[in-house]
Ligand binder design. Structure first.
Ligand SMILES: NC(=O)c1ccc[n+]([C@@H]2O[C@H](COP(=O)([O-])OP(=O)(O)OC[C@H]3O[C@@H](n4cnc5c(N)ncnc54)[C@H](OP(=O)(O)O)[C@@H]3O)[C@@H](O)[C@H]2O)c1
Length: 275
């Protein structure tokens, strides 16, 4: 973690410590509140996840996973007051397939991030918003997070009996959208009224699409692992009907990290929508 990264853009470049690279971004103090951001690690051929053996579930490609990218992911979570995740995460978590516990990690190596957020006036851990149309959310998988506020967000037409079961278990449910699916714009407007200022989307392609389609994304952090993976069943950053017009993204900064993944290296890019 001590080895530096090299800035490629904006010029002039120079070497910078990896630790703290994203923690200085003050995402919880941006004028455009709530500030909505997301991050992904992708391979050069665009894979953010691969199908497991029987392809019923997908997980992040093991080849791309690395502790240096993971550190930056934790730094981004450190600045959030709300995480957006998906019903899928909790279903996979129940069968032992989730990548890790939701951030900020409880491991010693992230103590500085946990202390930093409290010193900044943020809560000890970010709250959790779970997007789900099916409301197939195993309540047992929520137990480790009971000390945080948990919001399930769904559409007006989602199954009322499932809403009742969640509420009976003490989980708050918000409806935002006319079908079973959540409308990103209505959701962010409701989250703003609840006082959230920095919202970090850590789910996958459908949630990211929901935010893109609604034009509510303020920033994308994208790690590009310099690897080609192939594979036949995979996810890319986003999935949904064609975005028209295409969402143009401006490059804010780009760093090169030659130290991970082993034998490859990675690019650390930051992009913002071009208005
Ligand atoms: N490499 C990376 O950086 C990275 C980052 C994130 C995720 N991933 C991987 O990508 C794969 C897919 O992740 P994911 O399943 O969390 O991603 P996702 O495609 O964003 O989310 C899937 C689930 O989220 C709910 N959802 C999404 N948009 C919704 C909307 N507008 N309204 C209501 N519900 C909505 C639905 O839940 P219900 O089915 O409950 O209705 C849907 O099945 C996983 O393998 C994950 O590990 C990789």
């Amino acid at each position: 973690m001590q080895k530096p990264v090299t800035r490629l853009y904006p010029v002039p470049g120079g070497q910078h410590p990896l630790e703290g690279l994203y923690l200085q971004h003050q995402l919880h103090r941006q004028p455009a509140a709530p500030f909505v951001y997301s991050n992904f690690i992708t391979s050069l051929d665009g894979r953010i996840s691969l199908g497991n053996n029987d392809n019923t579930t997908h997980t992040v490609p093991p080849a791309t996973v690395n502790p240096r990218d993971w550190r930056l992911y934790q730094e981004l979570a450190g600045q959030s007051d709300l995480l957006i995740t998906s019903g899928r995460y909790f279903r996979q978590s129940l069968i032992g397939e989730a990548q890790d516990q939701l951030p900020v990690g409880s491991q010693d190596e992230f103590t500085d991030i946990r202390e930093w957020r409290v010193a900044q006036g943020l809560s000890a851990q970010p709250d959790i918003a779970i997007l789900s149309g099916s409301l197939d959310i195993p309540i047992a998988a929520l137990e480790p997070y009971r000390h945080r506020r948990i919001l399930v967000i769904t559409g007006e037409a989602s199954d009322q009996s499932r809403v009742d079961a969640l509420q009976l278990a003490g989980i708050e449910v918000i409806r935002a959208g006319s079908g079973t699916w959540v409308d990103g714009r209505l959701m962010i407007a409701q989250l703003a009224t609840l006082g959230y200022r920095s919202i970090y989307a850590i789910a996958g392609p459908a949630v990211f699409y929901t935010l893109l389609e609604a034009n509510v994304i303020n920033r994308l952090y994208l790690t590009i692992a310099q690897q080609l993976l192939g594979g036949e069943v995979f996810d890319t950053l986003t999935r949904g009907p064609l975005l028209t017009p295409a969402r143009g993204m401006e490059l804010v900064s780009l760093y090169h990290d030659p130290y991970a993944p082993a034998g490859a290296g990675q690019l650390l890019g930051i992009f913002e929508p071009r208005n």
